[in-house]
Design a protein around this ligand. Structure first.
Ligand SMILES: Nc1ncnc2c1ncn2[C@@H]1O[C@H](COP(=O)(O)OP(=O)(O)OP(=O)(O)O)[C@@H](O)[C@H]1O
Length: 316
């Protein structure tokens, strides 16, 4: 990864009109972010958060109401052709392919309309990275879904674009295909310096390959941070405690301290608690001691990205 910013989105706003009432509503609300060369940037959010609208604006399919988009230093609104040359998108999995053509023909065709003359040998070399060389001469419609999705990403690469916009690239893939695609995506950023803007609901994919994450909710970005930092932050503050209750009614007290997932078994209480500041942990321990409760163990909770995502979306 380098420090060079290849994509800058600033104060992007897009409104739509509701179909029945014709009333306006803001789908993307002052969204700003920048992506570095070689980075995998994940744009996340619940259904209707505004991710696709943002991505479609970046690939020139939608005209924003206001804000600016700069691709490799070129303003999309002022230098559209030059800016879009650097971007290739796979929207909704595999729709950027002609189904009655082979993967190689698709690669040659889509490169050609961008003014790049791709040879068959070059196309085959790219397909090899995707373990698809044996399918080079099959029609796309005869390929499995996973193969079609890999072909769609191969087409993006073939066009020579620097930035790939991938909307749900693992949708409908089995575990093995999904893991294979993950390592391909990691490789093309690390070895070829490509940059990826990823929109997905697949939290395993985010956890496995994203460098940075932005979570959108109701048109706004609610957090934009390095993935590892987010994971560390949550890892550090969530604890699992086991205490013995000696017959006392503990649950209401635990809830007062924000305990969740309270389980009771054989006179032992197990619960999780989110302790944003350490003082809260000491206060809880004092309270438990006063109640004559014995603390059996305190462990940091394991963290996965799904929990982090839910926390930010619920907060917003
Ligand atoms: N062409 C359109 N006309 C009117 N409203 C639209 C249009 N496209 C999207 N919207 C609305 O804009 C909001 C944002 O939609 P968008 O497709 O960007 O969300 P998303 O985050 O990609 O959701 P999902 O995860 O479901 O794909 C939603 O409320 C959606 O109904």
């Amino acid at each position: 990864m380098t420090d060079k910013k290849v994509l800058k989105v600033k104060n992007l706003v897009k409104t739509y009109k509701r179909r029945k009432t014709r009333e306006k509503f803001v789908a993307v609300d002052e969204v700003s972010f920048e992506i570095k060369q070689g980075e995998i940037f994940a744009l996340l959010g619940p259904n209707g958060a505004g991710k696709t609208t943002t991505i479609k604006s970046i690939c020139g399919l939608l005209l924003p109401d206001s804000g600016s988009i700069e691709i490799m230093g070129k303003n999309l609104l002022k230098r559209r052709r030059e800016a879009l040359k650097h971007i290739s998108a796979v929207l909704e999995g595999n729709r950027n392919l002609y189904w009655r053509m082979t993967p190689v023909e698709n690669m040659i065709y889509f490169s050609g309309i961008r003014g790049k003359k791709l040879t068959r040998e070059e196309a085959l070399k790219i397909l090899k990275k995707f373990n698809l060389e044996e399918k080079a001469n099959d029609l796309v419609q005869q390929l499995s879904r996973g193969m079609q999705q890999k072909s769609a990403v191969a087409v993006c690469l073939a066009t020579g674009a620097d930035i790939l916009l991938l909307d749900e690239p693992t949708l409908g893939l089995d575990v093995a295909s999904s893991i294979e695609l993950r390592s391909i995506l990691r490789n093309i950023t690390e070895k070829e310096g490509k940059t990826i803007l990823l929109s997905t609901h697949d939290m395993n994919l985010v956890e496995a390959i994203a460098d940075r994450v932005a979570i959108m909710s109701k048109g706004k970005i609610v957090v934009c941070e390095e993935k590892e930092k987010l994971m560390d932050m949550f890892r550090a503050r969530r604890y699992v405690l086991k205490v013995s209750n000696k017959g006392k009614e503990l649950e209401p007290h635990l809830k007062e301290f924000g305990a969740v997932d309270i389980k009771k078994e054989d006179g032992l209480f197990e619960f999780k608690i989110d302790l944003e500041n350490p003082q809260k942990l000491f206060d809880l321990m004092d309270a438990l001691k006063t109640m004559g409760t014995e603390i059996k163990s305190i462990e940091q909770d394991t963290v996965n990205f799904e929990k982090i995502f839910m926390k930010y979306v619920e907060q917003s």
